[in-house]
Design a protein around this ligand. Sequence first.
Ligand code: MEV
Length: 338
Amino acid sequence: MTTCSAPGKVYLFGEHAVVYGEPAIPCAIERRARVTAEPRNDGRVRVEANDLSLDGFTVSWGDSVEDRPDIDVPTQLVEAGMGYVDEAVGQARDAADAPDAGFDITIESDIPLGAGLGSSAAVVVAGIDAGTRSLGVELPPGEVADRAYRAEYAVQDGQASRADTFCSAMGGAVRVEGEDRRTIDAPELPFVVGYDGGAGDTGELVSGVRALREEYGFAADTVTAIGDVVRRGTEVLRGADPSGEPAPDLLAELGRLMDFDHGLLSALGVSSRSLDAMVWAAREADAYGAKLTGAGGGGCIVALDDTGGTETALDYTPGCEATFRAELAADGVRVEES
Ligand code: MEV
């Protein structure tokens, strides 16, 4: 039996535009998914998922996700869970050269599903690492990231960048631009997350941006402008002392860029009333800046605030279901138990 965990993430900048080769800077946060894998020799896969901020579920299947079980939980959740786990199992079998391996898999996660905090990437990353290790094979985090990307790419019909999976596998702050991906130095940024209790459909939201980008030159320019925000943000982070407290003027500049990024994402149609309400509550509470994080449509915003102001304001914002401070997770994927 092997248990591995991997962190969720917030996007400081660059979601959606990263799908078209623009840079993005996601940051891993101390909210983790834990996956336990125990090999079984009948080739079957049995999955139990708990604490997913939605109903848990137990499901088992044979060779394919077409082999649907009859269970009473939301279809979307089962399909999402089965799709990601099935691809992670496929990657683990392939990496360990064990095409017939079966598994008992348990998933626990404190990352809300589909809320922009990288729940699926964390489950896939931790699942591939736990699955391969349980078969006696240790992959370097870079290879876990690559395999997790292939798994997400398959489930999301080719609509995935490398950003979420690379960030979850490596931990810390990362910069992804097309095939170029690297960890970067960043100071401990005072992230505050607001969650509206909802979720967006990443595939649909990415398709919506793609359609706008193809139809209107100015939408394509908006995507490029997000890339410009990220390039500027990269310069700002380069000038920061990664070991010290971030200076107020650094936070102010990053916050201004986050505000800009949110405006551009809104123009691309991926914000929502509740995300905008939380962003504005944070700004009015004097956060340095605030934006949606992840695919959007619902889910989470991230603000920069080193006072308690944003958390208090979000607690009183209609539509905000939960607020928490998110610390940068230095560790990416790691073994919890073996
Ligand atoms: C989703 O967390 C982030 C998107 O940029 C999609 C992706 O990068 O794969 C919207």
